[in-house]
Design a protein around this ligand. Structure first.
Ligand code: FE2
Length: 283
């Protein structure tokens, strides 16, 4: 197994590892270490005969977790979702494509225990365009001026399912799904449970308020932090190849899908999230 860093500020690819075969304890440990250290890790050239095989491969990296909404579940699989550029909200009948994932976010941060990671398997992807982009939140935190670090130290933000400030729509939830995803306070600076490093933890889709601040001041602080994060020096853009299995760390990265390709062509991936822990506030 070879881990080769991507060009750019972070991320790596793994060559010479077949995820359809059982991994040894050592391979599993190396893969998990490479994942947390690189934030984004791509296993190239993986083909699964059945969705069960993808699920089995993913279990080497953690415990699969069902998404809040059941809308896009692959039939017969609680934890596998179908991800396409043609997704619409079937519950409202609105035919406008949702552009799922089409702005910066981290997955399910409105849950008290958000998924530690998300994994995609590329099945049908455009030859160019349709990248998934990532922002490294360790780097973004590290580059903040001291006065900003001081402002956010010890503070939390409220993450709603859909913030009043969100730049796009999300799926409609059933009443039961609403009950299980109403929102919670999360640290703005998060201590990573495995690396021990500090990162920003924020979500432009969900952050709705900053603890101890009036709305205008909280909004201004969030916008300032979002602007800071959106710098190429913290970012990696992944051009998909069929067979890529890509895992990212939701605790230390933002991500977004792009739709800069011919939308009459289908982009189709399978998605699995991995259970995570309650975020720890860095003091
Ligand atoms: Fe996402």
């Amino acid at each position: 197994m070879e881990v080769r860093a991507f060009e750019g500020p972070f991320g790596a690819e793994v060559l010479g590892l077949d995820l359809t075969a059982p991994l040894t304890a050592r391979e599993r440990e190396e893969a998990n270490r490479a994942f947390v250290e690189n934030v984004v890790l791509c296993f190239r050239g993986q083909t699964f005969d059945r969705p069960e095989d993808f699920l089995a491969a993913v279990r080497n990296l953690g415990d699969p977790m069902p998404p809040v909404t059941a809308t896009y579940r692959l039939p017969g699989f609680e934890a596998i979702e179908e991800l396409t550029n043609r997704a619409i909200d079937r519950r409202t009948g609105d035919r406008t494509p949702l552009k799922r994932g089409g702005s910066w976010h981290t997955d399910h941060s409105n849950l008290e225990r958000p998924p530690k990671a998300t994994i995609l398997h590329a099945i049908e992807v455009p030859e160019t365009g349709g990248n998934t982009e990532f922002t490294n939140l360790y780097l973004a935190y590290g580059a903040l001026p001291d006065e900003d670090k001081e402002t956010i130290r010890g503070r939390r933000a409220f993450h709603a399912y859909l913030s009043r400030r969100a730049p796009r729509r999300l799926l409609t939830r059933t009443k039961d799904e609403e009950k299980n995803s109403s929102g919670c306070w999360q640290p703005l600076v998060r201590l990573h449970p495995e690396t021990g490093r500090r990162s920003l933890y924020l979500n432009p889709m969900r952050c709705d308020a900053v603890e101890g601040m009036h709305r205008e001041d909280g909004d201004a602080l969030l916008d300032h932090l979002y602007g800071h994060c959106d710098q190429v020096r913290f970012q990696y853009s992944h051009q998909w190849q069929p067979g890529d299995v890509l895992i990212w760390d939701n605790r230390s990265a933002l991500h977004q899908a792009t739709f800069d390709f011919d939308q009459s062509r289908r982009r189709y991936l399978h998605r699995i999230m991995l259970r995570g822990e309650r975020p720890v506030l860095a003091t």
